[in-house]
Design a protein around this ligand. Structure first.
Ligand SMILES: NC(=O)c1ccc[n+]([C@@H]2O[C@H](COP(=O)([O-])OP(=O)(O)OC[C@H]3O[C@@H](n4cnc5c(N)ncnc54)[C@H](OP(=O)(O)O)[C@@H]3O)[C@@H](O)[C@H]2O)c1
Length: 356
């Protein structure tokens, strides 16, 4: 039996924060103990939160008061989940880590610090050891671990299986992303209803930058081409769906490559979370659909157990002897944020990083 870990959720009223609250209320050993925010400080959580997810605000959470993000008030807290906005997150997370708290961040602010893991538990779990380097270098008792951009994860999880087992020379991804990816209140309705909104060069580039870092950290069964010789590109868009990022990828190879072998590798893909039977690990991180008209955002985004933790890959097709296509669907606020953060916490618990 594990000891119960008390969690603080910073940004608890946000679209990612509510998924932490929902998932942790049912977690076997990590419990929401402290809810922090900015505009909602001092008010009961149930009164201020916009519960834009399934179910109701959990009964035991409804009357909890939202508090400031002040480490001095969090003496008995064991772990900090930080889905704070870009810019606000960085200094707050550093302050907590310096004072000895383990911080799991969904924000972009520390994703490219070389001593901060950018972790997907099934893909690059060994990068957790960067925590030791981080603590030593910064003289911190605590640490920061980040989870990647939801869009990058939707591409990187299936691409990591391909890159580690096949001689991939290029991947070209087009994304169709949901509104919740931009937080609440997000994009003005007149910009996105009846429209496809290109997210622009900056978003395209940050997606590829994160995918590149993740691929550079996977363990490979083939040793060529080197990552620097692999051509990667993304074209990103938002449309008026609520949750779920839909991504279309064309992948090229150095030699003839059979799409059925790729399908098999994705079907059999599992990682440390599955071997360790972590509570938030889905049995299959990638579910393959054979239906020509699936995945569909509306029907498939909550796939897996816990719901939303499996990516759905479909429309796998041999384009030519050295090229394939696939579509992936990721639940952005679950696997791409809160669920990924909780799975990361479970992995770090197993690795001994959350011991007092
Ligand atoms: N949405 C996604 O799909 C997704 C996926 C992956 C990563 N992320 C990342 O996760 C983070 C949160 O995203 P979100 O979609 O949940 O955003 P959101 O819906 O806009 O929520 C932001 C939350 O942060 C709080 N907040 C804002 N400024 C603060 C401050 N200075 N100090 C303390 N709390 C503050 C707000 O609290 P009050 O209501 O009390 O003001 C609110 O609870 C972002 O960094 C985002 O990039 C999001």
């Amino acid at each position: 039996m594990r000891r119960t870990l008390k969690a603080a959720i910073l940004g608890a009223t946000g679209l990612v924060g509510i998924e932490y609250v929902r998932m942790l209320t049912e977690h076997p050993y990590i419990k929401p103990a402290y809810l922090a925010g900015k505009g909602s400080v001092g008010k009961p959580y149930g009164e201020v939160v916009r519960w834009q997810t399934v179910g109701q605000v959990p009964k035991e959470i409804r009357d909890m008061e939202v508090k400031p993000t002040d480490p001095k008030l969090m003496d008995d807290v064991d772990i900090i989940f930080s889905p704070l906005p870009q810019g606000a997150a960085g200094p707050v997370e550093e302050q907590f880590a310096k004072l000895g708290f383990p911080v799991i961040s969904n924000s972009p602010d520390h994703r490219f610090d070389p001593d901060v893991p950018l972790l997907i538990p099934e893909v690059n779990p060994h990068t957790a050891s960067l925590i030791d380097e981080q603590r030593k270098k910064r003289d911190w008792k605590g640490f920061i671990v980040t989870t990647p951009l939801c869009t990058a994860q939707g591409a990187a999880i299936p691409l990591s299986v391909i890159f580690s087992n096949f001689k991939m020379t290029g991947a070209y991804v087009t994304t169709i992303q949901s509104l919740s990816g931009a937080g609440y209140p997000g994009i003005p309705s007149l910009d996105v209803v009846d429209n496809i909104l290109p997210l622009g060069d900056g978003y395209d580039k940050k997606t590829i930058r994160e995918v590149t870092r993740i691929l550079s950290e996977v363990k490979r069964n083939v040793d060529e081409p080197k990552l620097q010789d692999v051509s990667l590109d993304a074209t990103t868009h938002r449309i008026a769906t609520v949750h779920g990022h839909y991504e279309v990828a064309y992948v090229t190879f150095k030699e003839d490559t059979d799409v059925n072998k790729i399908k098999e590798a994705m079907t059999n893909f599992r990682g440390e979370p599955q071997d360790l039977k972590l509570p938030t690990a889905p049995e299959k991180p990638i579910l393959i659909t054979e239906e020509d008209n699936r995945p569909q955002v509306y029907f498939d985004r909550w796939s897996g157990d816990p719901p939303g933790m499996s990516i759905v890959v479909g429309r796998l097709k041999q384009v030519n002897q050295k090229g394939i296509r696939f579509v992936s669907l990721i639940h952005n606020t679950i696997r791409g944020a809160a669920g990924g953060g909780i799975l990361t916490a479970e992995l770090l618990t197993e690795k001994g990083y959350l011991e007092k």
